[in-house]
Ligand binder design. Structure first.
Ligand code: ANZ
Ligand code: ZN
Length: 844
């Protein structure tokens, strides 16, 4: 048999697929439609192994679906706006557009070399006006429907670079470039009203059965629905403070009230230098919920008191660093016995800790435990609530508050409206004009797209759109007077919030055709990284619902199936230089520069050819910072696309990490060659091989089920087994059939080899278009059964016998068992009970 020439086959079949437009999806097909989508890449420069793994998985499913009679939409495009292009512009003096488009060209060629079954006729890049112009139209639809508004809100301001920074550009409170302490500045910014859909977005999660539970939970927590009571305390100075609680049942355990540093009550006292100093100290700490969680709890006693709503008892009012201004009402009452933060706070400031919920029968009102009790129980120490369980007590307090008019049952959400304004160049321009006479004026539809100017400079910090000499000066669309364009661009998450709809339908004159889009959507299987589990998926779900709200499409959930794949990892290597004290990053060594020394020790080959010992570090996600990446391109050059694809699927379950290894890719390459020897081997034999027939049909059914379940490694394992079985089998018609079927079974994974084999064996069409082999259900049934042999009801032996044997044959086999012979000591059994195919019980 010959050797499989992967490079030749890859190039040939990729060209054939391209020329025949094999994977172009037909909107008008009568077949059932199937939409398989992997998260589209950011064109950073080159494809990395994470992409290869992600796209290989989607590709196997897409190819399998085609073979099982579906019209498959499997598109690809580019999430092409964003910061790295501007950074490249600042660092290398290249235009963001030129940089991005060059990267797209490189990466597209790389994807093509992997032989993915993609519909390139639908390729799109979000940075092109024929994409973002439609996004502007959608923005204006949302605007018209009242889903867009403008509000003053804080941004990160770098006082040295004089520019707004994205959150990820603020490192330890400092600008990533300048190192200056970042300030909060208030700017007018655009918001999308995602909170209007909070309920729907939460409820919708329960319909997403084919999503990982952990992702649904992350979304649920992010949306963060809390139900409880909002009410006012009367203050000793005659004022009031409103608080929100999820635990109204604990009201008799309250020992203080606390307000956020930004709360009006705190601000009103800031004339006092001690208060001002405390407020300033709170702000140093960081203001995210996560940061606040871990900080030491600090408070400032205002001297005010708040009257308990039932007893009138005065509670001290503190300003506290653990109360957030933008959650609930920005003020709380503290119950140290039943909330850990309150417990820490009370311990620090010697406030009473009074238990009001007793756990089980521990109805001891004294509280001497080392931490707050947050579990269920019975109310104690609580007057009219005593004896109730927590749920009843909550209801009772809310009932009384509403009846007496000092509070009301309420729902609070953690979800905030989506701030979409970015003071950057490389994004979708916000299609609004500001006119002194008319105010905010939407750009009329016929003037869309609002195109980014090409002639921009990046030699000074700040927003190039804002300082462009002419771009922002326009006539007001409404009155014709002098007006200014909005110079903000949209958060790039907006671009990825509807690209899957544009893939399904791309008319020139509008974002998408409703009927065509609805014929493809929702995406049945979406595959991507878990890093997008919250924001991207939530924003895409919101866009879809908002589009439905404005009547553009009738789809509730964009992705009914979601799969989050594991990472590709590799060992890390660091120069073993104990005395080195330069930057840490400089010590990492790329796997490309590692050689194996005499005693198996790893060495780094330096630029001058010398070798230096390295320390082998942990296996970690491939990343540029640790230099442990393997570039897919030379690997494809060396082993061919099929071996790379096979390895990506084989070693680990797809949701787990896959460790890249030389052995692994070589093993995959050898397997490809083994397959080739089989398909290129002898044919034309006669006679059936029943065992092989059964193995084949079990494999056909098993591989299909595994691919449907995205258990690619299991499918691969079954194909290994079948390959071994075929290799061992003597020539027969069954063996010929098995090889013929195997070409189709492996086609989704190693499509180039499969096409080559298919044509070698004389088939006219493409294996990509061939139907998945049919299963003979009769052959799925096992023909052997395991029979339990009992003596006096005790299991003594098991026998593997042919299925469906007559009673007498089973009885004879049982009596012939060595163990039975020994136990019966030559006597005949008194009674023999036979349950065919299951068991034999001998009564001695
Ligand atoms: C009294 C109480 C007693 C509370 C108790 C908890 C346990 P979730 O579930 O996250 O919504 N809280 C309310 N607003 C806050 C704010 N702006 N900053 C910090 N904490 C705030 O949490 C709701 C609970 O978090 C509320 O219920 C309130 O404390 C606190 F045994 O009120 B609780
Ligand atoms: Zn005007």
């Amino acid at each position: 048999a010959s050797r499989f020439n992967a490079l030749k086959a890859d190039a040939h079949w990729q060209q054939v697929w391209d020329e025949r437009r094999t994977f172009a999806a037909d909107d008008h097909s009568a077949k059932p439609k199937s939409y398989v989508l992997e998260m589209f890449p950011y064109p950073s420069g080159k494809i990395h192994m994470g992409h290869v793994r992600n796209y290989t998985m989607g590709d196997v499913l897409a190819r399998y679906r085609r073979m099982t009679g579906h019209e498959v939409l499997h598109p690809m495009g580019w999430d092409a706006f964003g910061m790295p292009a501007e950074n490249a512009a600042m660092e290398k003096g290249v235009h963001p557009g030129g940089w991005t488009r060059a990267n797209i060209a490189t990466m597209k060629a790389q994807l093509k070399r992997l032989g993915f079954a993609l519909d390139w006729t639908r390729e799109l890049a979000t940075c092109e006006p024929d994409y973002y112009g439609h996004e502007q139209a959608i923005f204006l639809e949302f605007y018209k429907a009242g889903l867009v508004y403008r509000k003053e809100s804080a941004v990160n301001w770098d006082p040295v670079d004089m520019t707004v920074l994205a959150n990820e550009q603020v490192i330890d409170g400092r600008g990533w470039r300048s190192g200056a302490l970042v300030e909060k500045r208030k700017l007018n910014q655009w918001f999308l009203k995602i909170t209007q859909f909070a309920d729907e977005l939460l409820d919708g999660l329960s319909t997403l059965e084919h999503w990982p539970d952990k992702v649904r939970l992350m979304q649920e927590n992010w949306i963060g629905k809390s139900q409880g009571l909002t009410f006012r305390f009367r203050l000793s100075d005659g004022g009031e403070v409103e608080v929100f609680t999820t635990r109204p049942d604990t009201i008799f355990g309250a020992s203080f009230v606390a307000v956020a540093a930004d709360h009006p009550i705190a601000q009103a006292l800031a004339g006092d230098p001690a208060v001002a100093a405390f407020i300033a100290r709170c702000k140093q700490g960081g203001t995210t919920a996560a940061e606040i969680e871990t900080q030491e709890k600090l408070g400032f006693d205002t001297g005010l008191t708040a009257a308990h709503p039932f007893s009138g008892h005065p509670l001290p009012v503190y300003i506290a660093n653990f109360v957030l201004m933008d959650y609930g009402t920005g003020a709380v009452f503290g119950v140290p016995a039943h909330d850990q933060r309150d417990f820490d706070f009370a311990t620090k400031y010697s406030l009473p800790i009074r238990r009001v919920v007793a756990e089980g029968d521990k109805a001891d009102p004294a509280f001497d435990e080392a931490e707050a009790y947050t579990g269920p129980g019975t109310l104690v120490n609580s007057h009219f609530l005593d004896g109730m369980d927590v749920a009843d007590a909550k209801r009772e307090v809310i009932r009384r508050a509403e009846a007496d008019g000092w509070g009301r049952g309420s729902t609070v959400w953690r979800l905030r409206d989506w701030g979409v304004s970015r003071q950057r160049y490389w994004g979708t321009p916000i299609p609004i004009v500001h006119c002194a006479a008319c105010g905010e004026v939407p750009v009329p539809r016929e003037q869309l797209p609002v195109v980014l100017p090409e002639d921009v400079t990046f030699d000074v910090p700040g927003n190039p759109l804002d300082r462009h000499p002419t771009w922002k000066h326009v006539a007001c669309p409404s009155c014709g007077g002098e007006a200014l364009r909005d110079t903000d661009t949209l958060d790039t998450f907006a671009d990825s919030s509807w690209y899957f709809i544009r893939f399904a339908s791309q008319p020139q004159d509008r974002p998408f055709d409703r009927a065509v889009a609805e014929s493809w959507l929702p995406v049945g299987q979406y595959i991507g990284g878990v890093e997008h589990a919250i924001l991207h998926l939530l924003y895409a779900r919101f866009f879809t619902r908002a589009l439905r709200h404005v009547g553009m499409i009738d789809v509730a959930e964009p992705f009914t199936g979601l799969f989050t794949q594991g990472m590709v990892t590799h060992e890390t290597y660091r120069l073993a230089l104990p005395d080195y004290d330069g930057p840490r990053g400089a010590l990492w060594v790329s796997p490309d520069d590692i050689v194996v020394g005499e005693n198996g020790q790893r060495l780094a080959r330096m630029a001058d050819g010398a070798t230096v010992p390295v320390t082998v570090g942990r296996v970690e996600k491939m990343s540029k910072s640790k230099k442990n990446t393997i570039d897919p391109e030379p690997i494809v050059d060396q082993y061919g696309a099929d071996a790379v694809r096979w390895f990506m699927l084989s070693d680990s379950p797809p949701e787990r990490d896959l460790e890249w290894s030389e052995n692994g890719i070589e093993g995959a390459w050898r397997f490809v060659q083994r397959l080739w020897r089989l398909v290129d081997g002898e044919r034309g034999s006669e006679g059936r091989d029943a065992a092989l027939d059964r193995k084949l049909h079990q494999t056909i059914a098993g591989v299909a089920a595994d691919i449907e379940a995205l258990s690619f490694n299991k499918a691969v394992a079954k194909l290994y087994e079948l390959t071994s079985a075929v290799e061992k089998a003597a020539p027969s018609a069954s063996r010929d059939d098995a090889v013929e079927a195997m070409i189709r079974l492996v086609a989704p994974m190693v499509p180039h080899l499969a096409e080559e084999a298919w044509s070698l064996r004389g088939h006219a069409g493409l294996v990509a278009d061939a139907p998945w082999p049919a299963v003979d259900a009769a052959l799925l049934v096992e023909d052997e059964v395991t029979i339990a042999i009992q003596v006096n009801g005790k299991l003594r032996d098991t026998l593997v016998l042919a299925k469906g044997l007559p009673r007498e044959a089973i009885e004879a086999a049982a009596l012939a068992s060595d163990k039975v012979v020994r136990l019966l000591e030559g006597r005949a059994p008194k009674k023999v009970i036979v349950v065919p195919d299951r068991l034999v019980n001998l009564v001695a």
